[in-house]
Design a protein around this ligand. Structure first.
Ligand SMILES: *Cc1c(COP(=O)(O)O)cnc(C)c1O
Length: 485
C-alpha cells in the first residue's frame, strides 16, 4: 500500500533549502501582506528528505494506467494511441500562447486551422457546416438538440419528444432532457438493431429528433438506417448522429449520406487527443445546410481575398454555448492527425479498427457468450452469462484482467445485455497485443473452472483491492486530513 507523504513525515527532516530566511523576508516583506492573511500558526507540512519526495512522487506516478502504459480496450471510448508529434507541435508557443482576443489580422494562422479542420470534418461526415464550440461529446449532443429545437421553433413548433434506442449511451437521454424534451425509448430487435416496427409506432408530429449512433453501442451497423431516416423525415423530425463510434466508418460511409441532419464528433475519441481523467475534449457539431443559420456564433469564414474572419452575423443563431471558438489546441491536434493520415490513412484507420475487433472476437468467442450473432464493426459485446453458476460476473473477469496487466473493457453497458464486456481494441494495437489479450481472457475462462475465487478476490496486484467504486466516486478524498493533534 502506498503511503501518503504525510505519513512519511519525521520532525526535522528537510529537503534542499534554497535561500536564507533574511533574503526571503526582504524580497517579500511581511508588510505587503494584509495582516488578516498572515498565518497565526505554522502551516502543517510534511517533513521529508528530498530523496523521499522524489521516490514518493515517482512511485505514485507509476500507479497510473493509460494508453501509454497498457492496452486499454474500453468499449465506446476509442482509447487509441495519440501520436506524440501532435502533443509536441501544440506545445509551440505560437499555438499555446495565442489569446482569443487577438485581432483577426494577427490570428490568421489559427483561424485557418479552424477553417481547414472544419472543412475536413465536413468532408468526412458529409455535413455542410461544422462548428468547434462544444467542449466535448455530450455538450455537442446538447448543442445539436438546441439547434434542432431552434429549427422546429422557427417552423412554428419546438415539438416535445426525442427518441433514443434502449442501447443508447446515457448522455443521449440526458442531453435530450436538458434540451427540454421528453425522452422516448425505442426497442432493439433480436439483431441488436433498432426495431423499425416499434419506431413506426412511436413516430408522430411531436417527435423533434431521433438520436442514433451507427455502428451502435453494440458495435453493429444499423442496416435500416436509410429507412429510419426516411421515417423521421416523413414526420418532419430530424436525425442526430452520435459520432462517438465514427472510428468504425472513417473514410468509408458518411453520416450525411445516411440521412442524418446533425452530428457531434468526439475529437478526443476519433481524432487523437488523449482522454480519460477529464482532460480537455472537443465535441464539434456538423449540420446540413438547412440548419447552418442556427449554429452557435461566431462562424470562422473566409473573405474573397482569402482572409479569415469571425462572422457573428447570424441573427437566428442559438447564441453561444461556450466561450470563444472551442478548445483550439484539441482542434489543432485533430488537424495534425488528419494531415498526417491523409485520405488513404483515414480509410485505413477504420479498416484496422474493424479488423482488430473481429480478430480478437474470433480468438475468444468459444469461451464467452455472443448475445448477437451479427457482423461486428470496431467493437463487440460478449457476455459472461455461462459462468453465472460458478458465481462469476462480468465484473470479476474485468477485475482479473488487471492482474494480467490490461485495463478492463467497458462492462454492464449497453444496458440491454446482461453481464457484458464491451471491447474495443482500436486500430493502434499490434497483432501481438491482441493475441496476448485474448490469451489472458481465455486463461481467465479456465481459471473460472479451476479456481473461481481467484477472480472473486481480484485484483491481486494493485495497491488496493476491490473498491466500492460508486462510493469512492461520490466521496472523493482529495485532501489529507490531519487526524492526531
Ligand atoms: C463517449 C460517448 C459519448 C459522450 O461523449 P463525451 O465526450 O464523453 O461527453 C456519447 N455517446 C457515446 C456512444 C459515447 O461513447
Amino acid at each position: 500500500m502506498t503511503k501518503l507523504i504525510y505519513e512519511l513525515s519525521r520532525p526535522g527532516k528537510r529537503t534542499y533549502i534554497p535561500v536564507k530566511k533574511e533574503n526571503i523576508s526582504s524580497k517579500f516583506p511581511h508588510e505587503l501582506l494584509p495582516s488578516k492573511f498572515i498565518r497565526k500558526k505554522k502551516a502543517y507540512l510534511p517533513e521529508v528528505s528530498e530523496l523521499e519526495v522524489v521516490r514518493h512522487f515517482t512511485n505514485i506516478s507509476q500507479l497510473n494506467v493509460g494508453v501509454d502504459t497498457n492496452f486499454y480496450p474500453l468499449g465506446s471510448c476509442t482509447m487509441k494511441y495519440n501520436p506524440k508529434i501532435s502533443e509536441y507541435i501544440t506545445q509551440d508557443s505560437q499555438f499555446k500562447d495565442i489569446h482569443p482576443y487577438y485581432p483577426e489580422k494577427f490570428s490568421q494562422g489559427a483561424l485557418e486551422i479552424l477553417y481547414e479542420t472544419a472543412s475536413y470534418l465536413e468532408k468526412i461526415s458529409g455535413m455542410d457546416k461544422v462548428t468547434f464550440q462544444p467542449a466535448a461529446g455530450a455538450h455537442g449532443e446538447l448543442t445539436s438538440l438546441l439547434v434542432i429545437r431552434a429549427y422546429h421553433t422557427a417552423n412554428g413548433n419546438p415539438r416535445k419528444k426525442v427518441i433514443v434506442p434502449d442501447s443508447a449511451h446515457g448522455t443521449n437521454p440526458a442531453s435530450s432532457a436538458l434540451a427540454g424534451y421528453e425522452v422516448i425509448e425505442v426497442r432493439s430487435n433480436e439483431k441488436g438493431m433498432v426495431d423499425c416496427d416499434h419506431l413506426r409506432e412511436l413516430m408522430d408530429e411531436d417527435v423533434a429528433a431521433i438520436m442514433l449512433t451507427n455502428p451502435n453501442t453494440l458495435g453493429i451497423f444499423e442496416q435500416n438506417i436509410k429507412k429510419i431516416a426516411d421515417l423521421a423525415h416523413e414526420y418532419g423530425a430530424l436525425l442526430h448522429y452520435d459520432g462517438a463510434n465514427l472510428n468504425a466508418i472513417l473514410g468509408r460511409v458518411r453520416p450525411g449520406d445516411m440521412g442524418f441532419d446533425t452530428i457531434q464528433f468526439n475529437l478526443h475519441k476519433t481524432f487523437a487527443t488523449p482522454h480519460g481523467g477529464g482532460g480537455p475534449g472537443s465535441g464539434p457539431i456538423g449540420v446540413k445546410s438547412h440548419l447552418v443559420k442556427f449554429l452557435p456564433v461566431p462562424h470562422v469564414e473566409k473573405k474573397k481575398g482569402g482572409a479569415y474572419f469571425l462572422n457573428y452575423d447570424y441573427p437566428e443563431s442559438i447564441g453561444k454555448v461556450r466561450a470563444f471558438y472551442g478548445n483550439f489546441l484539441v482542434v489543432l491536434k485533430a488537424y495534425i492527425y488528419l494531415r498526417i493520415l491523409g485520405e488513404r490513412g483515414i480509410f485505413e484507420t477504420s479498416a484496422g479498427a474493424v479488423l482488430n475487433a473481429n480478430y480478437l472476437l474470433g480468438l475468444i468467442k468459444d469461451k464467452f457468450d455472443l448475445p448477437y450473432n451479427e457482423r461486428y464493426m470496431h467493437e463487440f459485446v460478449v457476455s459472461t452469462k455461462r459462468y453465472k453458476d460458478k458465481g462469476i460476473k462480468a465484473l470479476d473477469v474485468a477485475k482479473r484482467l488487471i492482474d494480467y496487466g490490461f485495463h478492463p473493457p467497458t462492462i454492464y453497458f449497453p444496458l440491454i445485455v446482461k453481464e457484458d464486456l464491451m471491447i474495443e481494441p482500436t486500430e493502434t494495437e499490434d497483432r501481438e497485443v491482441i493475441e496476448a489479450f485474448a490469451d489472458a481472457l481465455n486463461s481467465i475462462a479456465e481459471e473460472i473452472d479451476k479456481d473461481p475465487d481467484l477472480l472473486k478476490e481480484a485484483p491481486h496486484v494493485t495497491p488496493v483491492g476491490r473498491l466500492d467504486e460508486v462510493w469512492a466516486a461520490k466521496h472523493l478524498i482529495l485532501r489529507y486530513e490531519k487526524t492526531e493533534n
